[in-house]
Design a protein around this ligand. Structure first.
Ligand code: NAD
Length: 236
């Protein structure tokens, strides 16, 4: 099977009711990113950081995958599909995609602030990380999120996936957050790269051979998935 690598950003979840922050003047659900999504913020005001991520967890419980997440699953009958997502939500999983790499962490997990390898699921019945929620070493648990200014541990795995791609899809991302935005440069120059985002025509830091689809994910993804399935059926 041909390999399709899909790179998704906050835009794919926008139609599920989860806001991107670049579309809201750099605020993330009314918070400044520096106050809630950096190691400095955690050091300065862990209560605020926990409150912010607990709010995001509550919001995620009420959200459902949209057409874009769902149509990507259909591709798996025809292609070897792997998803690299910058999103911390679990909407790709809940839609049914089978291979997903979360570059920036996962909202539904927590980890020890002193041992990055101690990562566990947040109990869905509690659906929060509480102050005083300690790891076996007696230290506070933190969100399992890659904050701004932190290293991205899975970037090498992601770039190796992109190197092997026969087709690359980029969906709902401004291509402005590095190192994720740099992944496109690992793609072989000969493969087709499709970019679905309402602002696809405004992004300059991509090469000319990109096929731009300036639509919302809920419209652009079903369209492209149908085309890719048709191509594969015709090739057989
Ligand atoms: P981003 O830089 O990837 O930009 C969002 C993009 O989505 C923009 O290019 C915008 O044009 C596009 N977009 C808006 N509505 C869309 C739609 N309906 N369909 C398709 N595209 C649409 O994302 P960001 O908001 O700047 O977030 C950056 C980081 O913040 C993420 O990588 C993530 O770690 C975190 N974040 C995650 C979530 C989530 O998990 N759902 C939400 C917000 C922010």
């Amino acid at each position: 099977m041909k390999k399709i690598i899909v790179l998704t950003g906050a835009g794919i979840s926008a139609e599920s009711g989860i806001k991107t922050f670049r579309d809201s003047d750099g605020l993330w659900e009314n918070y400044r990113v520096e106050d809630v999504a950096t190691p400095e913020a955690w050091h300065k005001d862990p209560d605020l950081v926990l409150h912010f991520y607990n709010e995001r967890l509550h919001q995620l419980s009420k959200a459902s995958p949209n057409k874009a997440h769902e149509h990507l699953v259909r591709l798996e009958s025809y292609y070897d599909v792997r998803i690299i997502t910058q999103n911390i939500d679990d909407l790709h999983e809940r839609a049914g995609s089978s291979t997903i790499l979360h570059l920036h962490g996962e909202l539904r997990k927590k980890r020890s602030q002193v041992n990055p390898d101690y990562i566990i699921d947040i109990d869905p019945k509690i659906n929060e990380i509480k102050k005083g929620d300690l790891c076996p070493l007696g230290k506070q648990m933190r969100p399992h999120i890659v904050w701004f200014g932190e290293a991205v541990p899975l970037i090498n795995t992601a770039s190796a996936w992109v190197e092997q791609a026969d087709i690359l899809l980029i969906i709902g991302t401004s291509m402005a957050v590095y190192p994720a935005a740099g992944l496109v440069h690992y793609a072989s120059p000969s493969i087709p790269i499709y970019y679905i985002d309402p602002k696809a025509n405004e992004t300059n830091n991509l090469s000319n051979n990109i096929i731009r689809i300036p639509q919302k994910a809920g419209t652009g993804v079903p369209y492209l998935v149908n085309e890719l399935i048709k191509n594969q059926k015709n090739a057989n």
